[in-house]
Design a protein around this ligand. Structure first.
Ligand code: ADP
Ligand code: MG
Length: 238
């Protein structure tokens, strides 16, 4: 069964259609990247999957369950954004455990899950620090840690690295790839950066004007781009 299924998904803002009938299946453990130029609908589609944006038409299924009309909290997904506002007065551990605490989880369970996530993210030694005493990359890891503790079916990332400098972006890209190998969870990752897409993706979905221009492995897109738009976008010689 697919982790995430989109069937004929459309989005209208008033009488403007920005998502124009998307069909897609994301397998458990698969890393899917949405790419395309600014304004093509990447964030809107991701927000619809996460439940932050209503779906005008079509269905969204998570683990085979129709969640089209479910609020974000009922979907078993988690979203990681570029602006990873951490609570400044809380420690790393408190930031990571906060959503579990508000959900009423017992302290032992919170400590255990935060500890496990900290190990994966190499934050063990930083759990007592405040966000202001962390580097940009460490803060981004804490933001991801907040998502991991909730044990989601899938992770949704919207350009999570775009606020970081070039060197840190490369480092965090490796971290995200490692995280994916380690967790084996489905991930949908939005970026306008071709290099990020080519290095992270099992499959790339190229979006153009709210439609899928092509879906395929990085190699398929590079070697056999469906049209000039995809070729130019992927940087294929053809
Ligand atoms: P991307 O993330 O690929 O840059 P978006 O999903 O943010 O693109 O936007 C897709 C299109 O939808 C754009 O034309 C944008 O202006 C429009 N759009 C996004 N959000 C809204 C909104 N809340 N109301 C009206 N139009 C919107
Ligand atoms: Mg966007």
């Amino acid at each position: 069964m697919s982790a995430i299924t989109l069937q004929g998904v459309e989005k209208w803002f008033g009488d403007v259609q920005v998502i124009k009938g998307i069909d897609l299946e994301v397998a458990p453990g698969e890393f899917v990247v949405f790419v395309g130029p600014s304004g093509c609908g990447k964030s809107t589609l991701l927000r619809m999957i996460g439940g932050l944006e209503e779906t005008s038409r079509g269905q969204i299924l998570i683990d085979g369950r129709d969640v089209t009309d479910q609020p974000p909290s009922g979907r078993g997904l988690t979203m990681v954004f570029q602006s990873y506002a951490l609570y400044p007065h809380m420690s790393v551990a408190e930031n990571m455990g906060f959503s579990l605490k508000t959900a009423g989880a017992p302290k032992v369970e919170i400590d255990e899950k935060v500890g496990a996530a900290a190990e994966v993210l190499k934050l063990d030694a930083l759990l007592d620090r405040k966000p202001k005493d962390l580097s940009g990359g460490q803060r981004q890891r804490v933001a991801i840690g907040r998502s991991i503790v909730r044990d989601p079916t899938a992770f949704l990332f919207d350009e999570p690295l775009s606020n970081l400098d070039a060197a840190l972006r490369v480092e965090m890209r490796y971290e995200i790839a490692k995280l994916h190998h380690r967790l084996e969870k489905a991930m949908i990752y939005v970026t306008h950066d071709q290099v990020e897409a080519m290095t992270l993706a099992d499959r790339i979905v190229v979006l153009e004007g709210g439609k899928i221009a092509q879906v395929g492995t990085p190699r398929e897109l590079y070697e056999r781009p469906a049209n000039r738009f995809v070729a130019q976008f992927i940087g294929s010689p053809k």
